[in-house]
Write a protein that binds this ligand. Structure first.
Ligand SMILES: *Cc1c(COP(=O)(O)O)cnc(C)c1O
Length: 392
């Protein structure tokens, strides 16, 4: 392949070189188990402590409120299942939204089979939950509200602060899946009244298979993985020291560069959106124009199959996605696009492009130029498009 243009940063990101370098000693000479008491383990213990500080600082948390996990999916599962169990004596009602990641949705479906009741909040055409609907859904037996901070497909940022306030006023626990938000937009657990927060290392230039669950002090969540006494007896298992160190370093870098990175990406994102909507007919932008992740663009092109577009883009070395990585390959259109009210035939023609801080304007222009040709070519072969044009 001559050229690689990677525009799938919502699916995963590369580990930064400095992050990798920070991790390497803990695969090698500093291999001690941080639970050990001898001095040789001190270096690993210190490294984990430092990473916990770094992970906490990004969201205004205390280090002792950070629990390292095996990734975003584990954190979501832990938060929701453990909250359900811990608060079941108070009630068995959970509120979430229809646009959550499957790590949340499938966990909720699992709990429904265990006798819990789940309300799935609808969203408006931009993918935002309604605060009125949320307030109306809260009942005396509601024990948990889980609404994501930002959507992984259409990039819509939820009114997290307002949701947190509503949850706090009602005395209900609030969990947010912040995997797409953590390190990308400002998130503060106190200002936003967040009780639990999930984040993942590989979505912010850290290693795959690493994550955190933030648990506010006082929330009575128990262990999800039983075994040793690691992570304040709440998450057993020998610590993944290199992974944790990588997570911490990635969080530190993300914190230092957040504002300038977001501004630069927003500029390129808007250039991409402007050109695409102006130059490609029958295109629409999915998700909010304003409350949107800085690096996300998601379009639907009428009369086009998402998969055909991806294959032709791939032949040019352009990595993009249609729906989320988990649903690509499935024939069902994205649950998020259906939730914002798109009909099946339009939801099928979606394309998500997610930028990184290394994405250049030249790359964006190349992608739009090629996309124009690809879409024209695919429409030329489409009987539906032919009928549509005839009937114009
Ligand atoms: C990627 C992602 C997850 C899953 O995180 P993993 O670390 O891959 O398990 C959960 N929620 C959202 C919003 C995501 O984008």
């Amino acid at each position: 392949m001559d050229r690689l243009i990677y525009l799938d940063n919502a699916a995963t990101t590369p580990v930064k070189k400095v992050v990798l370098e920070e991790m390497l000693p803990y695969f090698g000479e500093a291999y001690a188990n941080p639970s050990a008491l001898y001095r040789f383990a001190g270096e690993a213990t210190d490294a984990v402590d430092k990473a916990r500080d770094q992970a906490a600082a990004l969201i205004g948390a205390k280090p002792e409120e950070i629990y390292f996990t095996g990734g975003g999916s584990e954190s979501d599962n832990w938060a929701i299942k453990a909250a359900a169990q811990a608060y079941a004596s108070k009630g068995k009602h959970i509120i979430t939204s229809r646009v959550e990641h499957h790590a949340v949705l499938h966990t909720c479906e699992y709990l429904q089979k265990q006798g819990f009741e789940v309300t799935y909040l609808g969203v408006d055409e931009d993918g935002r939950v309604s605060l009125e609907e949320l307030k109306a859904a809260i009942r005396p037996d509601t024990i948990l509200i889980s609404v994501m901070a930002a959507n992984n497909e259409i990039g819509t940022v939820q009114p997290v602060e307002k949701i947190g306030k509503i949850a706090r006023d009602a005395g209900v626990l609030f969990h947010t899946d912040a995997v797409q938000a953590y390190g990308h937009i400002p998130v503060h657990v106190d200002e936003m009244n967040i009780d639990m927060l999930s984040a993942s290392g590989h979505k912010l230039n850290g290693p795959k298979g690493t994550g955190i669950l933030y648990i506010r002090k006082g929330v009575k969540i128990r262990s999800f993985i039983h075994g040793g006494a690691q992570e304040r007896r709440r998450r057993a298992g020998t610590l993944n020291v290199p992974g944790i160190v990588g997570f911490g370093k990635a969080a530190q870098l993300a914190r230092e560069t957040l504002a300038q990175r977001a501004a630069a990406q927003e500029k390129l994102r808007d250039h991409l959106i402007r050109r695409t909507l102006a130059e490609i007919p029958y295109a629409r932008l999915n998700g909010s124009r304003t409350d949107r992740l800085p690096n996300n663009a998601n379009f639907c092109f009428r009369f086009i199959e998402g998969e055909s577009m991806l294959i032709l883009l791939d032949q040019l070395g352009i990595c993009a996605s249609s729906g989320s990585a988990c649903t690509s390959g499935a024939l069902d259109p994205s649950h998020v696009l259906l939730a914002i009210g798109l009909p099946h035939e339009i939801a099928h023609g979606s394309l998500r492009l997610t930028l990184s801080e290394d994405t250049t304007e030249e790359e964006i222009d190349y992608v739009v130029d090629e996309l124009k040709k690809i879409i024209a070519r695919l429409r030329d072969m489409s009987p539906l498009y032919e009928d549509f044009i005839k009937n114009q």
